[in-house]
Design a protein around this ligand. Structure first.
Ligand SMILES: [Zn+2]
Length: 309
């Protein structure tokens, strides 16, 4: 049996992550080229259905999987995915686009599951799952299309995600000043059921006081409206600049994507679209701090204001 195009076609094995480039990340629309279109609802190819189930955890009734050569749509990972539209070019402005695809979910299939999130040109495919308007003909392979994300949703999720990283920066600052003991490393931001930053290691101070200190520190980081910058460093460069890195043996990434605060402070790895200044994050509230002795982690629950400042 010949290999299935989902596994065999080289054009379906990589999507260029436009959402990771600071110059492109905040565009709300861009042109892209379709590389694959697969029906995945009832009666569809079993292999496609199985792939969709494995990646998304479900298969929608009338869904299609669309793969492009590049994408502005950030897939769900540490940050919830972008939603929006992919549409064909307008034939005439009066006519409007003749095919509209509504993106309902976006995921990425990584080839290096754990640390690809931090790479810049990481391998992997971004899958857009959604539906075509009932009377519209699905895209053709190689067709030029426009991708359009919902900018408000992007902003909310970027603020949420950035807040998690900045809480970790606040903890690091307090630790460096000797105001918090316990050497904590940033493990990640979890969204469910509540927003939680997980730090590897245990705080060994009175929790109530630590919570107040972290709240004060994060307030300061945000009120100073510090610029956030994206750098691309290889392993050695990142190591020399004091970035906390996963074991080298666990990643094949050439260039790491590192976010810094002005003056190279608060260095950390991140693969999500990022806000330009800390002030954009708005009010962050530290809600709960718990130390888990068995797992040797500290979890900080937080919330952000719904509206951007
Ligand atoms: Zn991140």
């Amino acid at each position: 049996m010949p290999p299935h195009p989902l596994d065999d076609d080289v054009q379906l094995n990589f999507t260029y992550p436009l959402y990771k480039h600071e110059t492109n990340a905040w565009l709300s629309s861009t042109e892209a080229f379709v590389r694959g279109v697969f029906a995945c609802g009832k009666g569809a190819d079993k292999k496609v259905q199985a792939r969709v189930k494995a990646i998304f955890g479900y298969t929608p009734e009338d869904g299609y999987l669309v793969i492009c050569d590049r994408t502005l749509f950030c897939p769900t990972g540490e940050q919830l995915c972008d939603l929006g539209l992919i549409h064909s070019h307008y034939s005439t402005p009066e006519e409007g686009p003749n095919t509209v695809f509504t993106v309902q979910d976006v995921r990425k299939k990584l080839t290096d599951e754990v640390y690809d999130h931090f790479g810049l040109y990481e391998p992997g495919v971004v899958y857009h799952l959604g539906t075509f308007e009932p009377s519209h003909v699905p895209f053709r392979v190689h067709q030029a299309v426009m991708q359009q994300i919902d900018p408000e949703r992007r902003l909310l999720h970027s603020r949420t995600h950035a807040a998690g990283h900045l809480i970790a920066v606040a903890v690091q600052r307090l630790h460096l000043r000797g105001a918090l003991s316990g050497d904590l490393t940033f493990n990640g931001v979890d969204r469910s059921p509540n927003l939680v930053v997980e730090l590897g290691g245990m705080l060994d101070r009175k929790h109530r006081q630590a919570k107040r200190d972290i709240q004060r520190e994060i307030n300061e980081i945000i009120s100073k409206n510090v610029r956030l910058e994206t750098r691309r460093w290889n392993w050695q460069e990142a190591l020399e600049r004091g970035v906390r890195l996963p074991p080298k043996s666990e990643t094949t990434i050439e260039l790491m994507r590192v976010i810094t605060l002005e003056g190279n402070e608060g260095l950390y790895l991140c693969g999500a679209p990022f806000v330009a200044n800390t002030g954009v994050v708005g009010r962050v509230q530290i809600k709960k701090l718990t130390v888990h002795k068995k797992e040797e982690v500290t979890r900080i629950e937080y919330s952000i204001s719904q509206n951007a400042p």
